[in-house]
Design a protein. Sequence first.
Length: 385
Amino acid sequence: MTTTPSLDTFRALRDREYPWTRETIYLNNASVGPLPERTRRALDEFDALRATPQRLPDTDLQRILADGRAAAARLLNAEIREIGLATNTSYGLNMAAQALPLEAGDVVLISDREFPANVYPWMMLQRRGIVVELAPTAPEGWPDEDLLIERLADPKVRVLAISMVQFSNGHRADLARLSAATRANGVYLVVDAIQGLGQLPLDVRETEVDILSAGAQKWLLSPWGSGFFYVRRELLEVLQPGFAGWMAFAGTDDFSKLTAYDATFHTDARRFEMVTLPFQDILGMTTSLGLLDELGVGAIAEHVARVQEPLRAAADRGAFTIVSPSDDVHRSAIVCIRPPDVQRAFATLKAAGIACSLREGSLRLSPHWFNTVDEVERVVELIAG
């Protein structure tokens, strides 16, 4: 039985990993997640070795990559062979667009306010006669899941591409419902997970997706240039890579025989990787994922829900409007609010040293595990008085 960490545990870990939070309120994890101290130290130690590369044998470098795949697999409850490493979310989404067996006339279904990384790779397929359908959002600006599910019944729809969490309003996709609908209709489900993983749990054995991609620099608190993708095990040897990374082939495991060209792809997700990968960033990602595993993503989600309560209480008093979902299925760690004067509120928080973002006409607040109720109460005080 997993034990939920106490508030004292969160505070003690915060003091060790983010000592600067005693002086700064950081509510901008949907933009960039700060590196924990343990990750910074790991990067520093690796850079010292990198300065003398004779101390970094190939076996150690490959172990770093293997550890990264294993850490990502634990996060998703996936098999290690289903995980490939990448430098950003866009890589995995482009890989999906190129590898899925789509033909002229097939439809890729996307909500019309998706983040561009999950739109442009599919638009590139239009030159092959593939149709990209941008489904209108609901009146709130959230993906209209009823409409998406209705459209999945059309046999021309072959792919549903959706974000786990919407960047502009914090809407959390009901992946369980969408997964069931795509399974029932033989549609591929591709998920941009960068805004969800690390703040919300996802078990790919319970909620089947076909391909998932996530950069790790946001909620996974990892370096820029780190990330991974997931390919469902049943698809690993069905999908053909649209490009050739030189280590994607079985014969390249032995560096002493690289010119004995064997064009047999690896049978795992490495067949889709493009090397050379940034070893130092993957090492940092593995370290940060270890911290999240230590806390438990489910516990992080519960903690963040508590941290958000002052915002919801202030909205109930009429201090501002919350334009993010509030129900348990669709809420996330991202809360977007609209005070009477959004620009002025943003300037006020910035002047007070509080980091947040303006997105699509709203003030986007994105607390993580190291944030506290007191910090969010300070935000409410500054905005609402």
